[in-house]
Design a binder for this molecule. Structure first.
Ligand code: ATP
Ligand code: PAU
Length: 318
């Protein structure tokens, strides 16, 4: 039985695409031309109706949560009779490799920045917290990239703890999909954000080792104010993985420092076989063993069908 359902009682309310899209009418929400340009800039096949029907209501919901959380914070400061440091509202986005997490994270980034109450939105991917290839080789887990043991979770927890303690300037390591490795000495600086979106396959995973000291047993998601799991049928995700792999032959794989340089000239059939091999050996087992089991920890589950169109939304009631 899944963790999200106990004796047929579920903590989620389910919306069809149509029911969810209708929520948009409760508040006038439009996307400006400037926002459309920004969204097209990072993904030119994004469907704008999808932005309007799915992501505008979602950002409105998150906006309401973020405002309520700011109010709660203010009341707490009054109760404690001291001005606490400003802390960001943190959103986690989880899901399989190639399910579309970074695309959704960027859409939310653009749309959430529109509100005066929380204009400073930052986006951080947990890819930067992967161990370097050299370290993965040393540990003999180069073929486990993306598995829980391939991340420096301690560093990720430290980063989140610093953010949530109101530290003014926090740094995160950066990963390159071109060199297929962490970039040495490059850091992403996050300064006094109102909202931080943390996107990665591992963000809802439990600690790997049980701690001797219970107080040390912290989940990455303990730092989240809101979390989203992006879901889709395996065959869709696999086809998006293959499509992206094929597209990368014309772009990232041609880059002089690309790790996959030698694959830039694969024909379609060879590219399919190569992508399928990586999928079968690494990303698919990771999805079934480590990623999908975290689905019901999310506050919201977005389920996508063909063409990346969301066809169902589950929202946590409590
Ligand atoms: N809403 C969308 N509309 C059209 N294409 C999309 C959409 N979302 C994602 N894609 C495409 O699907 C592929 C996977 O998307 P994306 O890179 O966002 O996934 P991801 O979950 O962040 O993957 P990874 O974990 O490997 O970084 C990309 O080729 C992307 O362009
Ligand atoms: C960096 C991750 C783990 C997550 O984004 C993923 O894109 C990845 O590189 N997985 C390893 C197998 C592969 O190359 O697809």
């Amino acid at each position: 039985m899944s963790k999200g359902v106990i004796d047929n009682v579920t903590p989620f309310t389910t919306f069809t695409r149509e029911e969810w899209a209708a929520l948009r009418q409760s508040y006038p929400m439009e996307v400006t031309t400037e926002e459309i340009e920004k969204l097209k800039g990072f993904n030119d096949v994004l469907n704008l109706e999808e932005i309007a029907d799915i992501y505008l209501p979602l950002t409105r919901l998150i906006h309401l949560h973020a405002i309520a959380s700011q109010e709660l914070y203010r009341s707490r400061s009054i109760f404690l009779q001291k001005q606490e440091k400003k802390v960001p509202y943190i959103i986690g986005i989880a899901g399989s490799v190639a399910v579309g997490k970074s695309t959704i994270a960027r859409v939310l980034h653009t749309l959430l920045s529109r509100w005066d109450r929380h204009p400073r939105v930052d986006l951080v991917t947990t890819d930067g917290f992967l161990y370097s290839n050299a370290e993965l080789e040393k540990r003999g887990i180069m073929n486990k990239k993306g598995f829980p043991e391939s991340y420096n979770v301690h560093e990720l927890l430290k980063f989140l703890a610093e953010l949530k303690s109101g530290k003014e300037r926090v740094e995160a390591p950066v990963y390159s999909h071109i060199t297929y490795d962490v970039i040495p000495d490059e850091k992403q600086v996050v300064e006094q954000p109102d909202i931080v979106i943390i996107e990665g396959i591992n963000v809802l995973q439990p600690p790997r080792q049980r701690s001797v000291n219970e107080e040390d047993e912290v989940y990455v998601s303990d730092y989240f104010d809101f979390s989203i799991y992006v879901d889709a049928a395996e065959d869709h995700i696999f086809s998006w993985y293959v499509e992206r792999f094929k597209k990368l032959r014309e772009t990232a794989f041609r880059h002089p420092s690309s790790y996959f340089r030698k694959y830039a000239d694969l024909n379609d059939e060879e590219a399919y076989d190569f992508a399928k091999d990586i999928w079968d050996r690494i990303n698919h087992p990771n999805l079934t063993e480590n990623i999908r089991p975290t689905r019901h920890r999310a506050d919201l589950i977005l389920r996508k069908g063909g063409h990346h169109l969301v066809n169902q939304i589950k929202m946590r009631k409590i």
